[in-house]
Design a protein around this ligand. Structure first.
Ligand code: ADP
Length: 476
């Protein structure tokens, strides 16, 4: 199959979270199964330009103005061709998202990606768009591209996080040149705003999200981030496909970012990783029988950092250690810094984005803590299982689908039921008890390390889904 994959992030070039990892790994897995994938992503300022070949250069005409876009191709490898879309006025900025003209920036991205594919006669059988940034590509295929070969492509849209919706002022409908007929509650209108997420949900022929449990949760008010009504309306075409792990990047037996490598058969290298982790954070060794906890992730309300900040002090006082890596909301960053100042040598906090340290936290912590209030899939709890950092997670979304609690058969982690400080405290207590019983901790840890989270099964699930979507009528 010929697949056009649109995403606003791709690791290692651009990544704010799991989307970047998925965009790197899923197309590679599809390519490995013999399919031809073109991945299009913005050419952000930090992407190195070396080795890129110039392709199509087109001018997109919008009512708000004309934008020149240029496609830069990387040499295809393993069935995957990576194309960076250059539009300097749109993408050469400090960060990927969060600007007043985001509607125009990502409309340019979606339309530019399709226009370049059309220019190159890349007649995809599937256009697979991801998250709100690419949502407009779905109706666009039924409008401007309807009578082109690309208009025949099956339209698939994946929601990586329904909480980020790309909702903009209605004036953008006109500025982007969208027909007003789309701006209705059954279309792209969301409470009088233009919603890019809704454009993807409504105009795709198949919608997926990144875990079966999250796919269920977003039908309900509590999990729907305001869009549960939209989700219920499209329920018939929504499924959950669990993300996998890119084991070329995340394998403790081959990980070059670690001071020592290890495996389930021989986990002895973990001790060196823990020593290096504590040294990097300037922490003392934990008290006997007390763990090193770790966490990595965006510091936002979703991830429950506030719960952890409230639960943690008593464990630090008892001699536990905790390492934290993340960036996000200034108030949460500051709260972590203040807590670290209260517990020198016991709590280490790094505010920043640092891939090597993220790997070391997985390799050196005894437990990885993820008290997310909601979690579409979550990747860190997968990495932590493979790296032997036993996960402690709230039973929600993809965390529920991927971590097995101590009380169940074949456990791989500690799972708690409510996103409260009390429930998290009880979970951390259970974790400490587990560590103090090596006859139990070791098997739980090893079971996680030997789990298969490879992308193959998920890639096959996407292929099956692509095949189920009816092909669109021939271009006329
Ligand atoms: P989300 O997509 O909600 O941010 P995921 O757990 O699905 O959460 O994916 C997060 C990804 O981003 C993981 O690969 C994680 O290691 C990485 N990550 C998040 N914050 C940082 C950071 N500060 N430094 C390095 N990697 C990070």
């Amino acid at each position: 199959m010929k697949i056009l994959f649109l995403s606003s992030e791709i690791a290692p070039y651009s990544k704010t979270g799991g989307l970047g990892d998925v965009t790197h790994a899923l197309p590679a897995a599809l390519g490995a199964l013999g399919h031809a994938v073109r991945v299009v992503t913005p050419l952000y300022r930090e992407v190195p330009r070396e080795g890129l070949r110039r392709g199509a250069r087109l001018t997109l005409e919008f009512p708000f103005g004309a934008v020149e876009v240029t496609a830069w191709h990387r040499a295809p490898s393993g069935g995957v061709e990576l194309v960076f879309l250059e539009a300097p006025t749109c993408f050469e900025r400090e960060r990927p998202y969060g600007y007043p003209d985001d509607a125009r920036r990502f409309a340019t991205f979606s339309m530019g990606a399709l226009a370049c594919a059309q220019h190159d006669a890349f007649d995809a059988e599937v256009v697979h768009a991801n998250d709100w940034q690419t949502g407009l590509s779905m109706p666009a295929l039924t409008l401007g591209f309807a009578h082109t070969p690309l208009g025949r492509a099956r339209r698939v849209f994946t929601v990586h996080n329904l909480a980020y919706q790309g909702n903009f002022a209605r004036a953008e409908v006109q500025a982007l040149g969208l027909p007003w007929s789309l701006f209705v509650p059954q279309g792209v209108e969301f409470y009088e705003h233009l919603s890019f997420m809704k454009a993807g949900l409504v105009y795709a022929q198949a919608v997926t999200t990144v875990s079966p449990t999250y796919a269920r949760e977003i039908h309900a008010k509590a999990g729907g981030a305001g869009m549960d009504g939209v989700v219920r309306a499209i329920a018939g075409k929504l499924t959950g496909v669990l993300n996998g792990v890119d084991t070329a990047e995340w394998n403790p037996a081959t990980d070059v970012l670690l001071p020592a490598r290890f495996s389930a058969q021989d986990p002895s290298g973990r001790a060196r990783c823990q020593a290096e982790l504590l040294a990097r954070y300037g922490l003392e060794a934990p008290a006997k029988g007390m763990p090193v906890f770790g966490t990595v992730g965006r510091m936002v309300h979703q991830k429950g950092a506030d719960l952890l900040q409230a639960a943690l002090p008593r464990f630090l006082e008892q001699g536990a250690r905790m390492v934290v890596l993340g960036t996000g909301e200034p108030a949460l960053e500051q709260a972590w810094r203040s807590l670290a100042a209260r517990f020198p040598g016991r709590l280490g906090v790094r505010v920043g984005f640092d891939d090597a340290t993220a790997h070391l936290v997985e390799a050196g912590s005894d437990f990885f803590v993820m008290p997310s209030r909601f979690e579409p899939c979550g990747l860190n709890q997968l990495y932590s299982q493979l790296y032997g950092a036993v996960p402690i997670v709230h039973r929600v979304g993809g965390l529920r689908d991927t971590v097995v609690d101590l009380a169940e058969a074949e456990p791989t982690g500690v799972v708690f039921e409510r996103p409260t400080t009390e429930a998290l405290t009880a979970a951390l207590t259970r974790a400490v008890e587990l560590l103090r019983d090596p006859g139990r901790y070791g098997p739980v840890q090893r079971r996680g390390m030997t789990r298969d989270f490879s992308w193959g099964p998920s890639a096959r699930a996407y292929l099956a889904l692509y095949g189920e979507v009816p092909a669109n009528p021939s271009a006329s």
